[in-house]
Design a binder for this molecule. Structure first.
Ligand code: FAD
Ligand code: UDP
Length: 370
């Protein structure tokens, strides 16, 4: 019997929205479900007191792909926001990522040559050929002072593990520069959609039916009966009822505060890099869009151990969890009518541009075969 829809899309985040947009454009019928009460997944923004609030933490769009940059411009205009977070270590302020401003603030050096000498001096005692732990990697990269003040506390709070146990790759994401450049990213393009991410996602899925506050897994057989194919962007282990065990995540708690001042911290993002401050960072939303409102909204972000029932935010891609994921992936590959995608469906840390690129690639493959 002909089913009602070509695709049932589980999850109204970026992966689901891009997939749905492209499928609809190709003449396919889609229906989107999300268990939350809004679209956009983790990029969701909500206007409060005329300020776009990033409900699930700071989201800055950045990419080196011209194709993806042009793609998102179909749905939104972007402002000129450049992420340049500050680090606050017990009241001392440093620029991030690690660059000449940071080195000057840390050691008083003014030239790249002096900064390189200082780092060289600091790592001489502890240099390791093939750094395996995050601590070894960090000291190799920027020396012990920066590791102690700007990396150790923040990282241990963020991951809930000691820097001796964490893999080196986590820190390789961060640029180290010998220029006075506080841009957190190396990408060619960067900005925030004017009007917020949710408006952008709304445009992506224009004309497609969406049902919110509905858990696909709670009534899977019914939903499956409606569509030829399923695009599933929820947690892969949940789809298989955790039959091999539970994949681990870090979770986050966001504590929002509305303040009767026009400018609380003078910057969109301030990281608290000491071990004692319980939160990892404070974001002040209005600065993402150069807001001039009389009031402000800030969010303190706490990183916590995930347990079943909590929101999964960061996959823990260590060896043990990657092995467990590989077992689920084998089952997923055998579910021929289901496409597993996105951050939770593929259990990997995806930036927004990468998740859009992955959805585009997949939808083109799927449509190309039909
Ligand atoms: P999601 O956005 O998680 O969407 C999945 C959706 O599926 C969710 O809405 C969920 O409710 C729904 N769902 C799950 N299970 C079910 C079910 N059973 N039934 C119905 N619905 C279900 N990227 C950047 O490029 N720049 C940044 O600055 C940046 N900052 C970030 C900061 C934080 C704190 C976090 C956590 C991530 C950040 N990211 C950033 C990454 C970005 O959030 C992701 O790339 C993107 O949101 C992934 O989209 P997705 O569609 O894969 O997943
Ligand atoms: N990091 C740090 N100090 C900072 C910011 C980042 O030590 O002030 C480290 C930390 O280990 C973090 C990693 O760099 O997990 C990657 O940082 P990024 O800002 O990319 O983290 P995310 O965007 O995943 O929150």
């Amino acid at each position: 019997m002909q089913k009602k829809y070509d695709f049932l899309i589980v999850g109204a985040g970026l992966y689901g929205a891009v997939f749905a947009h492209e499928a609809k454009k190709a003449g396919k019928t889609c229906f989107i479900l999300d268990k939350r009460n809004h679209i956009g997944g983790n990029v969701h923004t909500e206007k409060v007191a005329d300020i776009q609030v990033h409900r699930y933490g700071a989201h800055i769009f950045h990419t080196s792909s011209k194709e993806i940059w042009q793609y998102v411009h179909q749905f939104a205009e972007f402002n000129r926001f450049t992420n340049s977070p500050l680090a606050n270590f017990k009241g001392e302020l440093y620029n991030l990522p690690f660059n000449m401003n940071t080195f000057h603030q840390m050691w008083g050096v003014t030239t790249p040559e002096e900064a390189k000498q200082k780092i060289e001096q600091q790592r001489r005692d502890s240099f390791v050929d093939n750094p395996r732990t995050l601590e070894e990697q960090a000291i190799n990269l920027v020396g012990r002072d920066i590791y102690e003040k700007l990396i150790r506390g923040y990282t241990e709070k963020q991951w809930g593990r000691s820097c001796h146990e964490l893999p080196a790759f986590i820190i390789r994401r961060l640029p180290v520069r010998f220029t006075y450049d506080n841009n957190y990213f190396n990408d060619s393009y960067q900005g925030i959609p004017i009007g917020g991410y949710t408006a952008m996602v709304e445009k992506m899925i224009e004309g497609i039916d969406v049902q919110l506050e509905t858990d696909y897994l709670a009534d899977k057989a019914y939903w499956d009966s409606l569509a030829e194919r399923i695009v599933y962007t929820g947690p892969i282990d949940a789809y298989f009822d955790y039959k091999f065990g539970v994949l681990a995540y870090r979770s986050l708690i966001f504590e929002n505060e509305w303040l009767d001042t026009d400018n609380y911290q003078g910057n969109a993002v301030v990281n608290y890099t000491d071990r004692e401050t319980p939160y990892t960072r404070i974001i002040e939303h209005k600065h993402f869009e150069f807001g001039r409102q009389k009031q402000t909204i800030i969010t303190r972000e706490y990183s916590v151990e995930w347990k079943p029932g909590d929101e999964p935010y960061y996959p823990i891609n260590d060896e043990q969890n990657n092995m467990l994921y590989a077992k689920y992936k084998q089952l997923a590959d055998a579910e021929q009518h289901v496409i597993f995608g996105g951050r939770l469906g593929e259990y990997r840390y995806y930036d927004m541009d990468k998740v859009i690129a992955a959805a585009l690639k997949r939808v083109r493959e799927v449509l190309g075969k039909e």
